[in-house]
Ligand binder design. Structure first.
Ligand SMILES: Nc1nc2c(c(=O)[nH]1)N[C@H]1C(S)=C(S)[C@@H](COP(=O)(O)O)O[C@H]1N2
Ligand SMILES: [Mo]
Length: 329
């Protein structure tokens, strides 16, 4: 997100390097979920085509297809290889390939997430307790990075709202702050001063409670690969990717808008809201179009139009009714 030439210099894996797809786990469940959601047969076929294949590299984490409006799409998921080798996780370095190369040292168990601040029932949640807190769902979300590329990723998790209702926010709680792990022993990227550590992000309480805001534990039907934010991360699909903090350790309910790492680093470039908006350019580049990872790279990449709220306007537009989105970027 700092000036980076790799935005257009990404080298795609050759198709011969892509793992053959056999383990078709979850397909029947996927179809059953579609039937439950009342999806017509024609689009059900399209959905089955898009159904992700479990790569079989990590422990299985199945989920039932979500019935939350907007939580699925007929778009083709990004390949597992691209999704796990082209990452932003600055705690492990700023190159796209650094997280895959260095995140192996991340120790994801035991793991606790502390929930504190303006809530009636604060507490430390052990990962196993979090995994059982609500039924695991499968969701297929578009992810739009502020740098101008996008992916379509099959996550396993449940709405953050499930956790929020259990801790009972007080009336004075207006915002939620998300703090992610910062451990120099495990994260070589912390030696660089690119951001203030720990990586902190925030949402308005109503955004955090929106059913599309996902607490994710899995990707492609398996526990999260370390480079994608193991063992638990946030996914907020209508906002630029950096709002979705990886490897969460603390969730804090507060009264005032929290400072965030990217806003502190470059306030004119990264606002608190950071909703995907093709009409509001980043000061250094347009946000009107995006390159879908896997559709060809380099200077001749085919680009797609970027959609308002990343295509989730029907679901989240009312959260911003009456707001000047140029001012609140
Ligand atoms: N802790 C932490 N979370 C983070 C980041 C990071 O550097 N550190 N990068 C963000 C950015 S810029 C993006 S685009 C997404 C990428 O998620 P993915 O690698 O799973 O696709 O993670 C976000 N979450
Ligand atoms: Mo990003």
């Amino acid at each position: 997100m700092i000036i980076r030439t790799d935005r257009d210099g990404f080298v795609h894996p050759r198709s011969s390097e892509i793992t053959p797809r056999h383990a078709y786990l979850g397909r029947r469940q996927w179809l059953a979920g579609l039937a439950a959601a009342g999806v017509a047969w024609a689009s059900r076929d399209a959905w089955a085509q898009a159904s992700p294949t479990r790569p079989g590299k990590l422990a299985a984490l199945p989920g039932k297809m979500s019935t939350v409006p907007g939580a699925t799409t007929v778009e083709k998921p990004t390949s597992y290889e691209d999704a796990t080798s082209y990452n932003n996780f600055y705690e492990f370095g700023t190159d796209k390939s650094d997280p895959l190369q260095y995140a192996g040292t991340l120790k994801t168990r035991p793991w606790t997430v502390e929930v504190e601040g303006l809530v009636n029932k604060p507490g430390r949640f052990d990962l196993d307790a979090l995994l059982k807190l609500a039924p695991m769902e499968e969701r297929l979300y578009r992810l739009r990075c502020v740098e101008g590329w996008s992916m379509v990723l099959p996550w396993q998790g449940y709405s953050l709202a499930e956790l929020i209702k259990r801790v009972e926010p007080q009336g004075s709680a207006k915002y939620v702050e998300f703090v992610t792990l910062a451990d120099r022993q495990q994260m070589p990227g912390l030696r660089a001063n690119v951001l203030e550590w720990p990586y902190v992000e925030g949402l308005r309480l109503d955004e955090a409670q929106h059913p599309l805001t996902l607490l994710a534990f899995g990707l492609y039907g398996e526990v999260l690969p370390n480079q994608n934010g193991a063992p638990v991360r946030l996914v907020v699909p209508w906002k630029y990717g950096f709002k979705s903090g990886k490897s969460l350790v603390k969730i804090r309910f507060v009264e005032k808008e929290p400072r965030t790492s990217w806003n502190l680093a470059a306030p004119q470039e990264y606002g608190f809201f950071s909703n995907v908006n093709p009409q509001v350019a980043h000061p250094r580049w347009s946000q009107a179009t995006e390159r879908r990872i896997g559709e060809g790279g380099g200077l001749f990449a085919k680009r797609r139009p970027t959609l308002m709220f990343n295509g989730y306007e029907a679901q989240v537009g009312q959260l911003y009714a009456g707001m000047d989105l140029r001012k609140f970027y």
